[in-house]
Design a protein around this ligand. Structure first.
Ligand SMILES: C[S@@+](CC[C@H](N)C(=O)[O-])C[C@H]1O[C@@H](n2cnc3c(N)ncnc32)[C@H](O)[C@@H]1O
Length: 408
């Protein structure tokens, strides 16, 4: 993975996390910390092509809190020490030669096996490159205490955030227990379905982070409303009482919490005439999108995140779209790196997308193999200037939802 300098000081330089009143929506989010749209123009490269504590294992939500878990077996011996918890969360589904999550079986149609984990690792490195090392853009100040990563996958993002903010507790949740067995001390991993209305892993989060999630959730609006309840209220913790009943003064130590999405929109784009209408990659992704819809996902929904955040009541919303070239056709070392990452991520996800999603459309195994063979070959073609959009979208809990509303 590409090493990056700590972010706390460079992203939020100058932001006072102390008593200061948080800005109104007019003041907006500190623009210094915001993502830039520097990839709005991709230039074709017409030159020759160029070319790396103490730890705690992941836990399911405790059985007494997760009453709907059943206790019927396990497939992962490494978790046996923790078997006082329901073990069905580790009972994977094997299908199409791939391994899928066991908890809430069938809910998420992509695998959780080694190949998928490798794809996530590359994707994490690509997102760090795309964001110039920023793990997030929300202005949560320099002393967050609670951070949540929903659908954490192998937990790369949560682990990096925990290392950056050692004083904060970082929680990662996922349907799959595929996180590393050894984690930084301030990380907690839980097997949990974020589409359940109650999150049992914590509250008052300074940041609730989603990456690669908006397009796969069945009901994004409900999840956003749940997140809203679990995001920290402004002020809250530091009231000073004067007299036995009346609150007369307060000191604001916390700003309202944030929710942030980082999402690739799986629609193959091209700004010149180099992509034909029958482009194999585009046809494949259009079909995979259709297939994912049969599982209740909406892969193109990230394009409408701003409206979704507004609808859920968030304020100070900012959404920025960046282009990621596919393969190494774009000029410049950074874009070539991004393109190579994107190509690798796509190569690693082809079989997964061709499995359940395309099978759900009735595409036969031999046709799926043929299709992926064409796509693999097509990904080597640098004469086609394809790219995808990636959206960073974040918003903050409204001030009137905090404890200030109760002042009289
Ligand atoms: C595309 S991966 C993204 C992983 C990670 N956020 C990252 O960026 O590397 C989506 C992840 O969401 C998880 N997931 C899907 N539906 C979920 C749900 N309802 N609740 C919790 N996790 C879910 C999947 O198990 C998978 O690990």
């Amino acid at each position: 993975m590409i090493p990056y300098a700590p972010l706390a000081t460079d992203i939020f330089d100058g932001h006072d996390d102390g008593d200061s009143t948080w800005c109104s929506s007019d003041d907006g989010v500190s623009l210094d910390s915001s993502p830039s749209d520097d990839e709005t123009e991709l230039t074709v490269d017409d030159t020759a092509p160029e070319e790396d504590g103490l730890f705690i294992p992941a836990l399911p939500i405790p059985a007494d809190l997760a009453d709907d878990l059943t206790n019927d077996g396990t497939s992962d011996a490494s978790y046996e020490d923790w078997s006082s918890f329901s073990q069905s969360v580790y009972e994977d589904e094997l299908s199409h030669g791939r391994r899928y999550h066991g908890f809430r079986k069938g809910r998420y149609p992509l695998p959780n096996d080694r190949q998928e984990q490798q794809r996530e690792e590359t994707n994490h490195a690509m997102m760090m490159e795309l964001s110039d090392g920023h793990l997030f853009y929300s202005d949560i100040g320099q002393s967050p205490t609670n951070i949540l990563d929903v659908g954490t996958g192998i937990g790369s993002w949560a682990i990096d955030v925990a290392e950056q903010y050692p004083e904060a507790t970082v929680v990662g949740t996922d349907l799959s227990a595929i996180q590393p067995r050894w984690l930084p001390v301030n990380v907690r991993m839980y097997v949990d379905d974020c589409e359940e209305p109650d999150w049992l892993h914590g509250e008052e989060y300074d940041l609730v982070h989603f990456r690669g999630m908006a397009g796969i959730l069945k009901d994004l609006d409900s999840v956003l409303q749940t997140a809203y309840r679990f995001v920290a209220r402004a002020g809250g913790a530091s009231w000073h009482a004067q007299g036995p009943t009346k609150l007369t003064t307060c000191r604001r130590t916390k700003n309202g919490g944030w929710v942030e999405f980082q999402e690739i929109i799986p629609q193959i784009e091209c700004d010149d005439s180099s992509m034909r209408p029958d482009d194999p990659l585009r046809i494949f992704y259009d079909a995979a999108t259709q297939g994912l819809r049969t599982f209740g996902c909406d892969p193109l929904r990230p394009a409408r995140l701003e409206e979704a955040l507004e609808h859920a009541g968030y304020t100070n919303i900012r959404c920025v779209t960046k282009k990621i070239p596919i393969s190494t056709w774009a000029r410049g070392k950074r874009l070539k790196t991004l393109g190579l990452f994107m190509k690798t991520v796509m190569l690693d996800s082809l079989d997964a997308l061709a499995a359940k999603p395309l099978a759900a459309l009735g595409v036969s195994p031999s046709d799926r193999r043929e299709l992926t063979r064409h796509v693999r070959r097509s990904l080597d073609d640098n004469t086609v200037h394809r790219y995808v959009n990636c959206v960073f979208c974040y918003g903050q809990k409204r001030e009137q939802d905090g404890a200030f509303a109760d002042l009289d």
